[in-house]
Design a protein around this ligand. Structure first.
Ligand SMILES: Cc1cc2nc3c(=O)[nH]c(=O)nc-3n(C[C@H](O)[C@H](O)[C@H](O)COP(=O)(O)OP(=O)(O)OC[C@H]3O[C@@H](n4cnc5c(N)ncnc54)[C@H](O)[C@@H]3O)c2cc1C
Length: 480
């Protein structure tokens, strides 16, 4: 602990989308920042166990106003310039739902993120598992890691917990909510296929638009079918799930497992002028906890069994997929749901439903509350815990207090486990980058002003935080 190498202003645990945004934002305030990641690669569910089909989505409200930018937008703009992203796609099929997408090539995103770490002077410690916090009473003073060197102690003025699962926050003694195994959303092992004949596939969709699950946009089926028939460039679908007749036939013939839906997301590789099919619902398993390694082990085994069934069924039944082949399988499960760490504010379903405004706004959001995936019905079901959509297609504020865990000091939470009621779960990529950037900037300001994250909730500090976020490109006002 004497060695200066192990003293930092800010330590970020976990290098997924929330962690990388947190580290960049913190370093930009001048704080000496260390990002610790258990793997040798950064990006988490974005590019390691992902990618998400459409990469970034919901950056716009239903009026076409961009509501999320900041570090996320920087990555998109830079990749777009290099032909590794597609322009924000506001096509008619998606319009009016905010469910639009902004593709980035996940592999190039992963390379760019490393470059941004160097540019922003973020220190990295990879291949290192954070196993606990250093604590004095309720004050967190650093973290303990285990790696090839053995056990190391790293002191920090502020620690940011971005592990996605809240493992470290739980060990620090934070309060959390965790649904029962039965109510938890299922987890998926993602895979990607190439070699699709997209013209053949598009002809099928044009002839059978009723087979495609509605995913936002107009609620009128005839209008939706007309839009689907008009699509030339399959990238404009964004995703295609459903295929009810095909799936039922495959189930009848014993060629489909009954645990997940048929369908995939478009994954364009713009520099190769290629689109791949990315599957994130076709090998999945419910009734388990992401914070139980025995559960996860059983799920890894079962999902690999399901991928074989799913890939074979696609080749046999899905128009255009006869010569398709697997090019990537996620190196581990993508985990949809786990702990939510309870903070000084718990974002409520009704906050989404009323388009809430908060004095400590750190970002805008338009994502509806309440949609959950369920493993057994093979569809997106409404949460039995309720749901809400943003009024008039506008946005709601995400409050800073959501990132400050109750009772534990010098710790901030960012990423999919921030403080929210279950239906208002902030787990989408864009949300994790908003909370990550805000936590990083807040941690940097805590160091600058010599205050704790909880003291930073005071209005005069919140104004400083908002100024920093604005200077980093975050949208805090001027949109519905
Ligand atoms: C199947 C599935 C499909 C999804 N589809 C979409 C989609 O289409 N669009 C969308 O926007 N979102 C989607 N999501 C949600 C989104 O991908 C994730 O919620 C988001 O990527 C989580 O980001 P994060 O930074 O919170 O966590 P993660 O990306 O999980 O990052 C956590 C990081 O912490 C590291 N880590 C964990 N524990 C430790 C430790 N103890 N020490 C050191 N490092 C550690 C991990 O290795 C990882 O790099 C999907 C999620 C799933 C599961």
């Amino acid at each position: 602990m004497e060695n200066n190498r192990y003293k930092y202003d800010v330590v970020v645990c976990g290098g997924g989308t929330s962690g990388v945004a947190a580290a960049i934002a913190s370093a930009r305030t001048g704080a000496k920042t260390l990002l610790i990641e258990r793997l040798g690669v950064l990006g988490g569910q974005m590019n390691v166990s992902g990618p998400p089909g459409f990469s970034y989505a919901h950056l716009f409200n239903d009026h076409g106003e961009q509501i999320i930018a900041g570090i996320l937008e920087e990555t998109h703009a830079r990749l777009l310039k290099e032909n590794h992203a597609s322009p924000h796609n506001l096509n008619e099929y998606r319009a009016g739902s905010g469910y639009i997408f902004s593709f980035v090539d996940p592999e190039w995103w992963g390379l760019l993120i490393f470059q941004m770490m160097t540019e922003n002077n973020v220190h990295l410690l990879l291949h290192s598992l954070v196993v606990d916090v250093i604590k004095n009473g309720n004050n967190v003073n650093g973290v303990i890691v285990e790696n090839a060197n053995g056990r190391e102690y790293i002191e920090a003025k502020v620690v940011i917990e971005c592990t996605g699962e809240g493992d470290i926050a739980a060990r620090a003694g934070c309060d959390f909510e965790l649904l029962s195994r039965e109510d938890n959303e299922p987890h998926s092992l993602c895979f990607t296929m190439d070699g699709v004949d997209w013209n053949e596939f598009r002809d099928y969709v044009r002839a059978h638009p009723d087979q495609i699950q509605p995913r936002g946009g107009t609620r009128d089926p005839e209008k939706r079918y007309a839009l689907l028939r008009k699509i030339e460039d399959v990238e404009d679908y964004g995703d295609c799930l459903g295929f009810y007749d095909i799936m039922n036939e495959a189930i009848k013939n014993g060629d489909w497992h009954p645990y997940a839906g048929m369908g995939f997301f478009m994954a364009p590789r713009p520099d190769g002028n290629v689109i791949q099919a990315h599957f994130q619902h076709s090998a999945q398993i419910g009734n388990l906890w992401s914070c139980d390694a025995w559960d996860l082990t059983a799920a890894e085994i079962e999902c690999r069994r399901q991928i074989q069934i799913a890939a074979k069924a696609f080749k046999k039944y899905m128009p255009g997929f006869k010569n398709a082949y697997i090019v990537k399988i996620g190196m581990e499960l993508r985990l949809r749901e786990g702990r939510r760490i309870m903070g000084d504010y718990v974002l409520k379903t009704e906050d989404v439903g009323r388009g809430a405004r908060f004095y400590d706004c750190i970002g805008k959001n338009n994502f509806a509350a309440g949609g959950v995936h369920v493993a057994d019905t093979r569809t997106l079901a409404s949460s039995k815990l309720g749901g809400a959509i943003v009024p008039d297609g506008g946005s709601y504020d995400m409050p800073y207090r959501m990132l400050v865990p109750r009772k534990i000091e010098n710790l901030l939470i960012a990423g999919k486990h921030v403080s929210a009621e279950r239906p208002a779960y902030q787990r989408f990529l864009q949300e994790t980058m908003v909370t990550g950037q805000a936590a990083g900037a807040a941690a940097g300001l805590c160091v600058k002003f010599g205050v704790t994250p909880r003291q930073l909730e005071e209005e005069k500090y919140v104004k400083e935080l908002q100024d920093v976020l604005r200077s980093q490109g975050v949208i805090l006002e001027g949109v519905r």
